[in-house]
Design a protein around this ligand. Structure first.
Ligand SMILES: Cc1cc2nc3c(=O)[nH]c(=O)nc-3n(C[C@H](O)[C@H](O)[C@H](O)COP(=O)(O)O)c2cc1C
Length: 168
């Protein structure tokens, strides 16, 4: 998929079909996170794939159904540095775009109960949960590239460019 079409067409999807994510696709998603740039290249992050821990983890996010219905789910754990949140955003968007390039939809999930994750993942003192990402093939797959990037941009529920860009 063209990179800009992938960026323009990415929407957050909360319901998924049953088709499993092939291991090579899962690896690509994780590699996209691993290779993402980060402050001073300290790479203070780890990615936890939820399998047996999925059900208990679901109770700790704002919309448990997003995780329960996913076919692949990753917790992005960061260090406590000042750029940790920015770096985690880069990880998350790279993972989600790599997934979308493979036709896999996704959604970020905020944490509702940090204590659940603290116990499940044995977090270190300097570690924080940035986000949990749920992934899965869309219930109905469509040809994303049948629409142009401009069409996707026009259809996005976002403020117009003129209201978010300033030139000074
Ligand atoms: C930091 C962050 C946390 C989010 N947490 C949740 C969440 O807990 N549950 C959820 O369903 N969506 C969550 N989302 C997804 C947002 O609701 C979504 O990005 C926004 O509605 C735009 O959706 P769209 O790309 O489909 O237009 C989160 C997004 C971000 C960036």
């Amino acid at each position: 998929m063209d990179a800009f079409v992938a960026i323009a067409s990415k929407r957050d999807t909360r319901t998924y079909g049953d088709d499993p994510i092939p291991p090579e696709v899962a690896t690509r998603i994780l590699e996209a996170g691993r290779v993402s740039g980060n402050a001073m290249n300290r790479q203070e992050r780890r990615f936890v794939v939820l399998e047996a821990a999925r059900e208990p983890a679901a109770a700790g996010v704002t919309r448990p159904g997003n995780l329960r219905g996913a076919t692949f789910a990753v917790v992005v754990v960061t260090g406590a540095g000042s750029f940790a949140e920015f770096d985690a955003g880069r990880v998350a968007q790279s993972m989600m775009l790599a997934a979308w390039n493979e036709g896999v939809a996704s959604c970020p999930n905020a944490i509702a109960d940090h204590s659940i994750f603290g116990e499940l993942l044995d977090l270190g003192d300097d570690e924080r949960i940035a986000i949990v990402i749920s992934f899965g093939y869309p219930v109905s797959r469509s040809d994303v590239e049948a629409r142009s990037a401009d069409d996707w941009l026009a259809a996005a529920d976002r403020k117009p460019l003129s209201s978010v860009v300033q030139v000074v």
